[in-house]
Design a binder for this molecule. Structure first.
Ligand code: NAD
Ligand code: TYD
Length: 348
C-alpha cells in the first residue's frame, strides 16, 4: 500500500463521501475509517464499500488515547484526514461541553497520537477539515478569505476555531506537516435531518411544520457534498503544508428562499398542488446568537489547486431531494428513537 490514511468521522455526512471517493479512486491506498458512531454516524452510508480490500472500519472515539495508538500501530497510519466532530450549531447551544470534548480535546488527542507515532514528521500529513463558521458573521458584506481574522460566535464555531488553532500550534511548535480547509455549508445525500435542507425535505414529506428561524433572512453559502469531497482530495494531494484553503461555491441563499424552493420541488415530485407544501412554513423563535451571513471567497483553491464546483445548485438540490425520496428506509432509520426525542424537545 502506498499510503495508509486514517479518515476520522467517515461514517458521518461529509466523511462518508470522502471515504467513498478515496477508496474507489485510490485502490493503492488503505483507508481506515475511524468513527465512534454517534447519532450522526451511520454505517449504512458506506454499505457499498464493505467488501473492498482497501477499506477498514474501526469503531473508536478520538478521545480514547490507547485505542487510537493501537489503530496507528495496527495499520501503520501514514496520514490523517480529520473530520470527526460534533457538527450541529443548535446542539452546541444546548450542550457546549460535548463540543469541547470531541472537537477540541479529541482533536488534540489525535494530534498527540500522530506526533508520537510518526518518527519523521516531514513524511506525514495531518489534514484538518474545518468550517467557514470560524470567521464569524459577515454582517456588513464582503467574503471570508484565508486571512479573515477568526471571530467565532457559537459554541460550535468556537470549538472548531480552537481545534484549528491547535493544528497550527502543532505545525509551529513541533514541525508537524498540517493543512486546513474551511468549507461553507454542505448539502447532499447522507446528511442527518437536523440540518436545514434534509430537515425540510423530511418534514415536507411527512407534512410537518418547516421551522424557519427568525425571519428566514439569514444567508448561507451552499456546496454539494461531493464537490467538497473532491476539494479535499485536491487539498490532500496538492495543498502546501501550513496553508489554509477556503472551499465554497459562490452560492448564497437566504434560508427562506431555500425552504420555498424545496417546497416547490417537492410539490412537483410528490404530485401535490402548487403551493401546498409552502403552507407548512412556520416562523419560529430565532436561534440564539444566529450568524447573519456566511460567504466564502474560494479564489485561492481555484487558482492554486484548480478546483471548482462541478454541479450547479439547481442540479445538486434536485439530486438531493431525489436521494431522500429514494432512500426512505435510510430516512426512517435515522428519524426513529432518539431523533424524535431531540426534535420534540427542540421545537416544543
Ligand atoms: P456529521 O455530524 O454528519 O458527522 C460527524 C461524524 O463524526 C459522525 O460519523 C460521528 O459519529 C463522528 N464522531 C463524532 N464524535 C466523534 C468522536 N468523539 N470520535 C469519533 N468519531 C466521532 O458531520 P459532517 O457534517 O459530516 O461534518 C464533518 C466535518 O466537516 C466536521 O469536522 C465539520 O465541522 C466539518 N464541516 C461541516 C460542514 C457542513 O456543512 N456539514 C461544513 C464545513 C465543515
Ligand atoms: P444549519 O443547517 O443548522 O447549518 P448552520 O447553522 O451550520 O449554518 O442551518 C442553516 C441555516 O438555516 C441557519 O441560518 C439556521 C437555519 N435553520 C432554520 O431556519 N431552521 C431549522 O430548522 C434549521 C435546522 C436551521
Amino acid at each position: 500500500m502506498k499510503k495508509s490514511i486514517l479518515i476520522t468521522g467517515g461514517a458521518g455526512f461529509i466523511g462518508s463521501h470522502v471515504v467513498r471517493l478515496f477508496v474507489n479512486k485510490f485502490p493503492d491506498y488503505r483507508i481506515i475509517n475511524l468513527d465512534c458512531l454517534t447519532y450522526a454516524g451511520n454505517l449504512e452510508n458506506l454499505k457499498d464499500l464493505e467488501d473492498k480490500d482497501n477499506y477498514v472500519f474501526s469503531k473508536v472515539d478520538i478521545n480514547e488515547e490507547k485505542l487510537l495508538e493501537k489503530v496507528f500501530n495496527d495499520y501503520q497510519i501514514t496520514d490523517v484526514i480529520h473530520l470527526a466532530a460534533e457538527s450541529h450549531v443548535d446542539r452546541s447551544i444546548s450542550d457546549p461541553l460535548a463540543f469541547v470534548k470531541t472537537n477540541v480535546m479529541g482533536t488534540v488527542n489525535l494530534l498527540n497520537t500522530a506526533r508520537n507515532f510518526w518518527k519523521d514528521l516531514n513524511n506525514h500529513l495531518f489534514y484538518h477539515v474545518s468550517t467557514d463558521e470560524v470567521y464569524g458573521s459577515l454582517d456588513n458584506g464582503g467574503y471570508f478569505t484565508e486571512t479573515t481574522p477568526y471571530d467565532p460566535q457559537s459554541p460550535y464555531s468556537a470549538s472548531k476555531a480552537s481545534s484549528d488553532h491547535f493544528v497550527r500550534a502543532y505545525a509551529n511548535t513541533y514541525g508537524m506537516k498540517t493543512v486546513i480547509s474551511n468549507c461553507s455549508n454542505n448539502y447532499g445525500p447522507n446528511q442527518f435531518p437536523e440540518k436545514l435542507i434534509p430537515l425540510c425535505i423530511h418534514n415536507i414529506k411527512e407534512r410537518k411544520p418547516l421551522p424557519v428561524y427568525g425571519k428566514g433572512e439569514n444567508v448561507r453559502d451552499w456546496l454539494y457534498v461531493e464537490d467538497h469531497a473532491r476539494a479535499i482530495d485536491e487539498v490532500f494531494h496538492k495543498g502546501l503544508p501550513g496553508q489554509t484553503y477556503n472551499i465554497g461555491g459562490f452560492n448564497e441563499w437566504k434560508n427562506i428562499a431555500i425552504v420555498e424552493l424545496l417546497c416547490q420541488i417537492m410539490d412537483r415530485k410528490l404530485g401535490r398542488a402548487e403551493g401546498e407544501s409552502a403552507k407548512l412554513i412556520t416562523f419560529v423563535k430565532d436561534r440564539a446568537g444566529h450568524d447573519l451571513r456566511y460567504a466564502i471567497d474560494a479564489q485561492k483553491i481555484n487558482k492554486e489547486l484548480g478546483w471548482e464546483p462541478s454541479l450547479t445548485f439547481e442540479v445538486g438540490i434536485e439530486k438531493t431531494v431525489d436521494w431522500y425520496l429514494e432512500n426512505e428506509s435510510w430516512l426512517k432509520g435515522v428519524t426513529s428513537g432518539d431523533y424524535l426525542h431531540y426534535y420534540e424537545a427542540h421545537y416544543s
